[in-house]
Write a protein that binds this ligand. Structure first.
Ligand code: ZN
Length: 129
C-alpha cells in the first residue's frame, strides 16, 4: 500500500466530481474490503443521519451491519474495519486548513458513486412500498 495526502479542497472537489444528486450519496471506499459506501448506505442500515456522519469515511459500513473482519482478499462484502483502530492500513489522508492530517477512506470514482446512488435509491423505494 502506498500512502498519499490530498488537501481538503481537493477532497471536496473530488466528492463534487462524483456527480451524485445529493450529499448523502457522495461515496467512499473502505481501504480493506473495498466496499463503496455513502451516508445513505448507513442510513439504509438504520444508523440515522447523525450517526452516519460519524461513521462515513472512517468506519466501514460493516461495523453497523455486524460484518466480520476484513478477509485477505476483498470479496465484495463490507467488513468491520475502522480507522480508529491500532493498525493503520489506510492509503489516503486529508490535510485540513490548519495543516492537520486525517486518515480517511478513499474517494470512490464517479461511476462507483452513481451506481451506489442508483442502488440505494431503489432499495429506499422498495422499503417504502
Ligand atoms: Zn470494509
Amino acid at each position: 500500500m502506498s500512502r498519499y495526502q490530498i488537501s481538503i479542497d481537493e477532497f471536496r472537489n473530488r466528492l463534487k466530481a462524483q456527480g451524485v444528486s445529493d450529499r448523502v450519496h457522495m461515496a467512499v471506499k473502505c481501504p480493506l474490503c473495498k466496499t463503496v459506501q455513502s451516508l445513505q448506505s448507513f442510513i439504509c442500515a438504520g444508523t440515522g443521519k447523525e450517526k452516519a456522519e460519524k461513521y462515513i469515511g472512517f468506519s466501514c459500513l460493516g461495523r453497523v451491519t455486524g460484518a466480520g473482519s476484513p478477509r485477505k482478499e476483498p470479496d465484495g462484502k463490507p467488513c468491520n474495519w475502522t480507522l480508529g483502530g491500532l493498525l493503520h492500513l489506510h492509503e489516503m489522508e486529508v490535510v485540513d486548513e490548519d495543516g492537520k492530517v486525517h486518515a480517511h477512506f478513499e474517494i470512490a470514482s464517479p461511476e462507483e458513486a452513481q451506481a451506489l446512488e442508483a442502488l440505494n435509491t431503489v432499495s429506499e423505494t422498495a422499503g417504502a412500498a
